[in-house]
Design a protein around this ligand. Structure first.
Ligand code: SF4
Ligand code: SF4
Length: 479
């Protein structure tokens, strides 16, 4: 039996990271995406969409009391929640596709944790200065000026976090109305509670936990590490070009003497700008969110020392190997897995679009009464009871007829509802509403089926000819 010696602590305490400001192509892409994604999140609730009288005019609205989800011209009912399943499948496939093309594109540019942390870092840098100033300020203890800076930073962070929580609740009610209610303290308590929860989570995750969320909490880095392949582009330090590292002067001398000298001048700029504190020169790591900022930093350094840019760049594992073997790089963005993911996204999207385009505005659900399953009448006839829900998805009220098919001699009764009784009954349904009916179906003694048979409830709008149907069973007494 072998003895295991554990040396040192099991958990390494966090080393505070002071990312340095950087300029360049990837930083510009990140600022642009930050502005777009945050604008979408904060301002979407204020977009209006005219759906006609009596219906909400908010373009994107999750109306929990009315049990509706509105997204511009699309209105989803609770029965259509499967569309969200389709959306989730497409989102997962899009993540897989991004991963197959260029690694953690989502993590580096679009993930909310990345976007808000980036915003919080920008505030920190604006108030406390760049990396060097922040390190010195942390080392030089507490002064009145430092206290003022910290107070200002945390105040702005809290305002951003509060606005984030506030924007979230606006998706669940008419935004302009809710804003007025919030500022006059007349909004429902649940709105204040959710704003409080999201203010706290945003402030904590983006202000304090930062890269620890990506490294320790999020499952996606582990999943994507298992999904990726050697053809995916990743932020890569080109070892063949960079090593051996040395200063500019030493490298020039070495080259003059015909000795090998790498382009890396060991300036640590790529590490200093990294928001997760990774040294990309040590290879691909779990902590690297692939934000590309080290590319910008190194590009700047290479331009300053007069060496070709691209020492750190998006590249593939295959090319890393090929360069070491002196072979030219090859890129294959179009390969089996990217074709398969794209095809599955297109297919899922097409099925959803078709289902949306062809769905009717009239629907019916039926549920058989289970206790009792049937009622034997004194004249030998049999009665079954059903709960029938009619759905009118049109913005106008409509009158429909209900018929039962499949059980000869069946007649219906709807206690206290509808017009008439018999083989067909008429019912009115309000605009964009559902209506629940209890319908008793009765079969005379001489036509009672010998065994359980399928029964169909057919709903028809005589004005438009649109029909909808739902089936269940008519159950006779058992011997
Ligand atoms: S920024 Fe470039 S040159 Fe500087 S340490 Fe990083 S890889 Fe080397
Ligand atoms: S190593 Fe480079 S790409 Fe990776 S997180 Fe750090 S700065 Fe971004």
């Amino acid at each position: 039996m072998t003895e295991t010696n554990i040396e040192g602590p099991l958990y390494a305490p966090r080393k505070k990271i002071y990312p340095q400001a950087v300029h360049g192509r990837f930083r510009r892409i990140k600022w642009t995406l930050l502005a777009i994604t945050l604008s979408i999140y904060y301002f979407t609730p204020f977009l209006r969409w005219d759906r006609g009288p009596g219906l909400p005019d908010q373009a994107v609205l999750i109306d929990i009391p009315a049990r509706r989800f509105y997204f511009f011209f699309i209105e989803l009912w609770p029965q259509e929640v499967y569309y969200f399943t389709g959306l989730l499948i497409m989102a997962a496939l899009a993540l897989f596709l991004m991963n197959a093309l260029a690694g953690r594109l989502w993590c580096g540019y679009l993930c909310p944790q990345t976007v808000w942390t980036d915003l919080f870092y920008a505030v920190e840098r604006f108030i406390e200065g760049d990396r060097r100033h922040r390190i010195l300020k942390d080392q030089h203890g507490f002064t009145a000026r430092r206290a003022g800076e910290l107070a200002a930073k945390h105040f702005i962070w809290l305002m951003i976090a509060w606005w984030t929580g506030g924007a979230w609740v606006l998706y669940f009610a008419d935004a302009p109305t809710l804003v007025k209610e919030l500022v006059t303290f007349q909004a429902p308590m649940v709105a204040y509670v959710w704003i409080g929860i999201l203010t706290f989570t945003t402030y904590t995750l983006a202000g304090f936990m930062r890269e620890q969320v990506c490294i320790y909490m999020c499952p996606w880095p582990r999943i994507q590490a298992a999904l990726t392949d050697e053809w995916a582009l990743n932020v890569t330090y080109r070892v063949d070009r960079g090593e051996p590292r040395m200063s500019v002067k030493k490298a020039e001398l070495a080259r003059q003497h015909g000795e090998s000298a790498g382009d890396c001048v060991d300036c640590h700029q790529c590490v200093n700008v990294c928001p997760t504190g990774v040294d990309i020169r040590e290879g691909l790591q779990l902590g690297c969110v692939q934000c590309g900022l080290c590319i910008d930093a190194c590009t700047h350094v290479m331009q300053q020392v007069g060496r070709p840019t691209g020492l750190i760049a998006y590249d593939t594992d295959i090319n890393g190997q090929r360069r070491l073997e002196g072979k030219p790089p090859v890129y294959r963005p179009i390969r089996a897995r990217t074709i398969m993911y794209s095809a599955m996204i297109v297919l899922t999207g097409a099925v959803m679009v078709y289902a949306l385009a062809t769905r009717g505005s009239l629907d019916v659900n039926v549920l058989h009464e289970r206790n009792p399953l049937f009622v034997a009448l004194s004249d030998g006839g049999v009665r079954n009871d059903y709960t029938v829900r009619l759905l009118n998805k049109r913005p106008t009220a409509r009158a429909v007829t209900i018929s039962v098919l499949g059980v000869p001699g069946a007649t219906m009764q709807t206690p206290g509802v509808g017009h008439g009784a018999g083989e067909q009954i008429g019912v009115e349904i309000g605009q964009d509403q559902s209506r629940e009916l209890r319908i008793s179906v009765q079969v005379p003694a001489d036509l009672v089926p010998a065994k359980s048979v399928r029964i169909t409830f057919e709903v028809k709008d005589p004005a438009t000819g649109e029909t909808a149907a739902a089936t269940d069973h008519f159950v006779p007494p058992t011997n």
